[in-house]
Design a protein around this ligand. Structure first.
Ligand code: PMP
Length: 457
């Protein structure tokens, strides 16, 4: 596969990109010099670009296409709903069957005691909703000073003002004066990158203890909530050391603050359980969802709310918040069909018992590669750390852009792996087969070889 453009339509689309389209998270000059790759169709775990190249999608779109591409049932569910009721809102004491049935279906798979759903159009909006709801919750309880949300450096919670503030991405904070007041960050449990001389177990406890330190610094009476992804996705598939979540649970039990799990990536089967919180045995008060909820076929997000939080806001009068597309009937119909497929086709069971253990075993075979410092993963999530020195975990200078070089080789060789700095990450569709996993790992090894040739002396 090469970058050469032979299809005149590709050139036309690239001109449209240059002249009219502002893509997310892009350096426009750089993008326009090369032109974006134009993805035109997809089936199963594969994409095709406008030059006819077939690409194995190791990222499930953007962590979302859980049931794979080409799901006719989802297409039919959307079409049928569009014919019946393409839109109506859920404001002003109205509702429609798809939103109600989906809220129930989500409550059925959510952890015990989490029975209420507020729908949004995206994960970012889910986190905005969370911020407003937790502050409203404390105000209803007569503790309006409890406003501060504790989050983590290098966490990702979206791109709206609240989402980007909750997130701990420095490069996002640098633009537009973020974070907004009332959001503070603590270190992340990223042993490979930040563990220093500590063992993973020691570092896990240390990182968790930063939560307690921050609660004491801000004052328990001012803290509304702690938000965290069970496994940080966009930050580089950061799997916390085994000691981390148990210690966080101990700390949360000591203080009267809410716990929010951002399940936008981990939710709906990515770890082999319905939610990342189930995987770790965590008991959040609220959970943000999106992505796998509709397998990305249509946009939808939401916030799952525990009975404990609901009871308070239920007695608090109007919650003055909502979106035109909250509970959109077409999105909800697709979400319902998606949950039905996940259940009826026993996709989580298959992930848990067969394909995820296989993926994790095969991925770890890459640990012997001279360019690889660590391979880690859980369920259908994986990360390959590229390092200059395996033993010391020394990285390449960032200006070498080793991760981006590797990502380029992947694209050229028919595989999508994402680069977060020099961490290569994967999150394939949950329906990926063992043969397709073999193909993914073989292509990944080839691309590591090609990258090593250019960067290892
Ligand atoms: N939270 C997490 C954990 C995410 O990974 C993302 C998106 N990658 C979001 C929130 C934001 O979701 P959206 O892009 O749908 O707004």
């Amino acid at each position: 596969m090469t970058n050469a453009v032979t299809n005149p339509k590709t050139r036309e689309w690239q001109a449209m990109s240059r002249e009219h389209h502002l893509a997310p998270f892009s350096d426009y000059q750089q993008l326009h010099e090369k032109g974006p790759r134009i993805i035109t169709k997809a089936d199963g775990v594969y994409l095709w670009d406008s030059e006819g190249h077939k690409i194995l999608d190791g990222m499930a779109g953007l962590w979302c296409v859980a049931v794979g591409y080409g799901g006719e049932e989802l297409v039919e569910a959307a079409a049928a709903q569009m014919r019946e009721l393409p839109f109506y809102n859920t404001f002003f004491q109205t509702a429609h069957p798809p939103a109600l049935e989906l809220a129930k279906a989500i409550a059925d798979v959510a952890p015990q005691g989490m029975n209420h759903v507020f729908f949004t159009g995206s994960g970012s909006e889910g986190n905005d909703t969370m911020l407003r709801m937790v502050r409203h919750y404390w105000a209803c309880k007569g503790q309006p000073n409890k406003k501060v949300i504790i989050s983590r450096h290098n966490g990702y919670h979206g791109s709206t003002v609240a989402g980007a503030s909750l997130g701990g991405m420095k490069y996002m904070h640098e633009q537009g004066d973020l974070p907004i007041p009332g959001i503070v960050h603590i270190p992340q449990p990223y042993w490979f990158g930040e563990g220093g001389d500590m063992s993973p177990e020691e570092f896990g406890v240390w990182a968790a203890d930063q939560l307690e330190k921050k609660i004491l610094e801000v004052g328990e009476d001012n803290v509304a909530a702690f938000i965290a992804e069970p496994i940080q996705g966009a930050g580089g598939v950061i799997i916390p050391p085994e000691t981390y979540w148990p210690r966080i649970r101990e700390i949360l039990a000591k203080y009267d603050i809410l716990f929010v799990a951002d399940e936008v990536i981990c939710g709906f089967g990515r770890t082999g359980e319905w939610f990342g919180s189930d995987f770790y045995g965590n008991k959040p008060d609220l959970m943000t969802i999106a992505k796998g909820l509709t397998s990305g076929y249509v946009p939808m997000g939401g916030l799952i709310v525990s009975d404990k939080v609901f009871q308070v806001i239920n007695a608090g009068g109007d919650f003055n918040h909502g979106f035109t597309y909250s509970g959109h009937p077409v999105a909800a119909a697709v979400g319902l069909a998606n949950l039905r497929i996940l259940k009826e086709e026993k996709i989580l069971e298959k992930v848990r018992e067969e394909t995820a253990p296989y993926l994790q075993k095969r991925l770890r075979e890459l640990a012997d590669h001279p360019l690889v410092g660590e391979v880690r993963g859980v369920g259908m999530l994986g990360a390959i750390e590229l390092a200059k020195n395996k033993q010391t975990r020394e990285r390449f200078p960032s200006e070498m852009g080793v991760g981006m070089i590797c990502r380029g080789h992947c694209f050229e060789n028919g595989l999508i792996m994402r680069a977060v700095g020099d961490t290569m990450i994967i999150a394939p569709p949950l329906v990926i087969s063992k043969d397709e996993i073999d193909e993914l790992v073989e292509k990944a090894r080839k691309c590591l070889d090609l990258t090593a040739r250019g960067v290892l002396v």
